[in-house]
Design a protein around this ligand. Structure first.
Ligand code: CP
Length: 324
């Protein structure tokens, strides 16, 4: 019998997580993956939240976040509804988004939401009851905390706790990358990290993030130099959907391909939140250092662990020792 205690009912921004929270989530994810590795374990996981219902309300395009959350819910036995195209909901009749979401809260236990506006997630959080679970699956160009959690888990797998220093380069369109913003804030909880923000001047990360950093960091446009120095490269695509920048840049200078991959350390890893364009050449997919497909899979399991935690199933040993 699993005891359900009310854990944190919101996942809104990276700032809310402490380092112990993050490491516990990584360990919980490891245990869940272990359980999910057998057919019996998968059957057990399908029972643990089978009395819960969720809605996926996505007002921006998504492949990974939507599907990994949907599959995370399936793994836990949670029934899912979805609204991706609001022309099929009563919003088309003039219903406000807030009213639509208040309606969802009458039907489900968990709302997973992606929205083009940065602040709307806070409005929703403020207007729904405290015990309604709400997950930010991307809020404009501001935050993408669950992407950051899965990135953090991938870095944890790389050996986060055993290394004296890890140098991580964020490369590309840092101005509009919610994934970079959220991950930088999580990595800021560590004491063995140095960050490199590599971009043309117009695409530099916004100062509100830099002002929150306690870890050492540098800003540069010299990717050729940085690629040789770092342990982790986190690539990003041009995020034109947010507009705001008209400058045409030479994206070749901020890409990984057969011309520069040999400069990268043998034990380094390449991450990308995806979707990617030409900033990573197709041939790099086969390189052992390319970990972005593993990131996708990690995302599903981290989201299983996050949902468990939000419903109070966060006793790692309870899950580990459960006879199923
Ligand atoms: N990384 C990410 O958020 O991908 P999607 O936009 O496909 O969900």
């Amino acid at each position: 019998m699993i005891t359900i205690t009310l854990s944190n009912s919101r996942c809104i921004s990276s700032q809310q997580y402490s380092l112990p929270n993050l490491l516990n989530l990584c360990k919980l994810t490891d245990n869940i993956r272990n359980i999910a590795s057998t057919s019996e374990g998968l059957k057990y996981l399908k029972t643990i939240l089978s009395d819960k219902r969720a809605i996926l309300y996505f007002k921006q395009a998504s492949t990974r976040t939507f599907l990994s959350f949907e599959n995370a819910c399936h793994i836990l036995g949670i029934s899912c509804s979805e609204i991706r195209d609001t022309s099929t909901s009563s919003e088309i009749k003039g219903e406000s988004e807030l009213d639509a979401i208040k309606t969802f809260s009458q039907y489900v236990d968990l709302i997973i939401m992606r929205h083009p506006l940065s602040d709307f997630i806070y409005e929703i959080s403020d207007n729904l009851p405290d015990d309604m679970r709400i997950i930010n699956a991307g809020s404009g160009s501001d935050q993408h905390p669950t992407q950051a959690l899965l990135d953090f888990y991938t870095i944890y797998q790389y050996g986060l706790e055993n290394k004296t220093e890890i140098k991580i380069a964020f490369v590309g369109d840092l101005f509009r990358s919610r994934a970079v913003r959220s991950l930088a804030l999580l990595l800021n909880k560590l004491n063995n990290i140095k960050l490199y923000f590599v971009s043309p001047k117009t695409f530099q990360i916004k100062s509100d993030i830099l002002e929150q950093l306690n870890v050492p960091y540098i800003e540069t446009n010299d990717f050729n130099k940085v690629i040789q120095e770092v342990d982790i490269i986190y690539m990003t695509r041009l995020q034109n959907e947010y507009g705001g920048i008209n400058e045409i840049i030479d994206t070749n200078k901020y890409s990984i391909n057969s011309n520069n991959i040999n400069k990268l350390k043998d034990d380094a890893i390449i991450l990308h939140p995806l979707p990617k364009r030409d900033e990573i050449a197709v041939e790099i997919d086969k390189d052992k250092r390319a970990k972005y497909w593993e990131q996708c899979r990690n995302g599903m399991y981290v989201r299983v662990a996050l949902i468990c935690d939000m419903f109070g199933l966060n006793d790692i040993n309870l899950l580990k020792n459960k006879i199923y």
